[in-house]
Design a protein around this ligand. Structure first.
Ligand code: ADP
Ligand code: MG
Length: 379
């Protein structure tokens, strides 16, 4: 059954009426990895996988919400002490609370929601959920007076304060601002953003999920951050944003080899995002693809956040003639994002499935994505 139909039927059964439909999307990031905390650029887009909700104000101070996918119901008030137990409901409660904390209005409502963003696959189902409800609450109770960036921040603060996830702004930004056939270059220092056309005719964007997640003992993320901060400091900068390879090479003998290669990746990655944007303006997908491979190589060799499974998938993509392929996300597991000519798609995916399974004992999961609109009201 279609998502909307399924939600509508359940809403009618539970609440005996009809509400308004809202949706928001998961996201991909084409390029710009580990750049956010270095004041660089990210380049995400919303995808055609969404969380959709039917919602109606109920004239009380209580929120009543049913999750179709989890088959669970939650009911909560709107004060801080009313936080629900269920982790999925805390995303919605958090959005309500963060809206109220910012001076916005939230009243009781009834809601039914469901989605098709795979959970925990790196496509940010949680940001889709937050943005869907943040957009809805803004539309229903605040005359859309809360600006879109604030909606993204409401989602981010929800993760920080109600879900225990200390995330950046990219996922919620992409989910709120997403536009069909466009990627968005977000400057993580100034928070300025710009849309770039992304309509790769003749290509498919496909994620290959290794379904592995290596838990590493020594907090590699914090160590990478510390390396970047050390080098920035040595260069007299706040972040590596304004660093160049010339500047880095000038201090090479004063810093550790490890710090050198971490900073080298960050400096090169910043430039690659800019190069990809320029290539997209020219419709040059070959250059986009080359940059994706270069990012993978840097993440693997210089930043050292890849793993065997992801390097295997990347090598396989190259062998199959895939235009671009790289790790998407923080690393040590998760997905590769691949830009594949349509005529090669079936053979690439077949080979990825069989060869990955032969080596690692399970098939990867595959998600084709189309760059689509973000948070919205459905007519
Ligand atoms: P992701 O990388 O997909 O964002 P997270 O762990 O951050 O993974 O968020 C996943 C959580 O978001 C789920 O555990 C659940 O609480 C909530 N969630 C996401 N999608 C749905 C859904 N379709 N229905 C109910 N809850 C969902
Ligand atoms: Mg998440």
């Amino acid at each position: 059954m279609e998502l909307k139909e399924k939600i509508s039927k359940t809403f009618e059964e539970r609440f005996g009426t009809e509400g308004t439909f809202y949706a928001s999307a998961g996201r991909i990031n084409l390029i710009g990895e580990h750049t956010d905390y270095n004041g660089g650029f990210v380049f995400p887009g919303a995808i055609d996988k969404v969380i959709m909700a039917e919602i109606k104000a109920n004239g009380t101070d209580t929120v009543r919400v049913f999750s179709i996918d989890i088959n669970d119901y939650a009911e909560f008030g709107l004060n801080e002490e009313d936080a629900p137990e269920q982790s999925w409901a805390r995303y919605i409660f958090g959005v309500c609370r963060e809206t109220i904390k910012r001076g916005g209005t939230v009243k009781g409502f009834d809601a039914v929601f469901a989605g098709n963003v795979p959970l925990g696959a790196g496509l940010s189902s949680s940001a889709a959920l937050e943005s869907c409800f943040a957009f809805a609450v803004n539309d229903m109770f605040n005359d859309n007076s809360i600006d879109k960036f604030e909606l993204a921040r409401i989602g981010q603060s929800t993760e920080h304060n109600y879900c225990g996830v200390n995330c950046g702004i990219m996922d919620q930004f992409a989910s709120v601002f997403g536009r069909k056939d466009h990627l968005m270059r977000l400057d993580c220092r100034s928070m300025e953003y710009e849309y770039f056309p992304f309509k790769p005719e003749g290509y498919t964007l496909v994620l290959v999920d290794s379904v592995v997640k290596h838990e590493l003992a020594d907090s590699p993320y914090n160590k990478r951050r510390a390396s970047c901060e050390r080098v920035a400091k040595r260069l007299g900068l706040d972040t590596l944003r304004d660093a160049t390879m010339e500047m880095l090479d000038a201090v090479k003998s004063d810093i550790t080899a490890e710090d050198y290669f971490r900073a080298k990746f960050v400096i090169e990655e910043k430039q690659r995002v800019l190069d990809v944007c320029e290539a997209l303006n020219a419709g040059d997908y070959d250059t986009v693809g080359r940059c994706m491979y270069a990012t993978h190589n840097g993440l693997s060799k210089d930043y050292e956040v890849s793993c065997e499974e992801l390097d295997f998938l990347n090598d396989l993509a190259r062998e199959c003639g895939v235009t671009g392929s790289r790790i998407m996300g923080g690393g040590f597991g998760g997905c590769t994002i691949n830009l594949v000519k349509n005529e090669l798609l079936d053979s690439f995916l077949a080979k990825a499935r069989t060869e990955f399974k032969a080596k690692y004992g399970h098939e990867p999961k595959v998600y084709e994505v189309i760059i689509s609109d973000g948070a919205r009201k459905l007519e």
